[in-house]
Design a protein around this ligand. Sequence first.
Ligand code: ZN
Length: 347
Amino acid sequence: MITIRKTKFNVNSTEGRLLLLVLLSEISTLVSGSTGDRTQFFRNCRENCERTNCSLNGKEIQEQAVKFYKQSIFDLITQWTCADECQYACMWRTVFAFFERGWPIPQFYGKWPFCRLMGMQEPASVFFSLLNFLMHLRMLRKFRREVRDDSPCYILCHIFGLTSLNGWIWSSIFHTRDNPLTELLDYACGYAVVLSCLYCMIMRMLHRYSLFLRGVITLAFVSYYINYFAYLSLGKLNYSFNMKVNVCTGLLSAVGWFIWCHQVRTRRPYFRRILRFYVLFALAMSLELFDFPPILWILDAHALWHLSTIPLVSVYYNFMIEDCCTLRKEKALKGDYSLAYTYNKNI
Ligand SMILES: [Zn+2]
């Protein structure tokens, strides 16, 4: 439920009307793609609200305004300051001002307006991120139950699983409360998951090769990731560049698996599982291309993207379970990997 918190700013007052006129004058800017936070209406509302309701540092709500805000325990835990409350209230005032005039719903600071729930900024994305986390936990347990720990590539599933669990934790934290630190960690840990997919693909292909070679490649991956993390944390976070890097890394692992599928199509019928995973993943990712105001102020394209990845988790783990079990059987039949076996194309 959307609750518009009262501020000292009154839209029906003379000042309010004047501000609406200013808003009208801003329509040309809005048509050219500017977001709601750039409107004078929003800026004045926020400034006025902060001046009358907040302490000098913008953190504390002044005594006379406390009853209007009625912050819940969740709002306090997630550290909603007075300035944040003003921003939230003025965002909805601006949205309704736009809505009443039949103008398109504006974005604020690059985001659609979301209804806050239990202190969470984007509740649907938080909920689906947590479901993804639980799904990874469930499937990692299934993997550990069904695959013996002496199986080839046993560790790879754990690397992927633990990276994913970490990624979904940060995704839920970021969607709960968006600030530069949670944004950085969501992007960086999200990229770690995509990179771990590429790493697992390469290590799976080279699992019969020497420990030295695999060690060198692992070091290269770790140093590349540290560099990328440093780049994300030092520079201004560039959303489109980060997205391109994610897509390129994901494409590399998809191409690697497609080649593998082609090579083993007669020997390993379970290749269809990984093929299915990447095809479905590409379809799910296309949701990220859509951009529309949240349905019921809760469900946007990004939340749907997080929802769509939940069923894909089991497809990936089931492939790894079958692959590890098959490799173990082959290892048991042929003994430990000899050099001759290394050059056998039976990957
Ligand atoms: Zn997200």
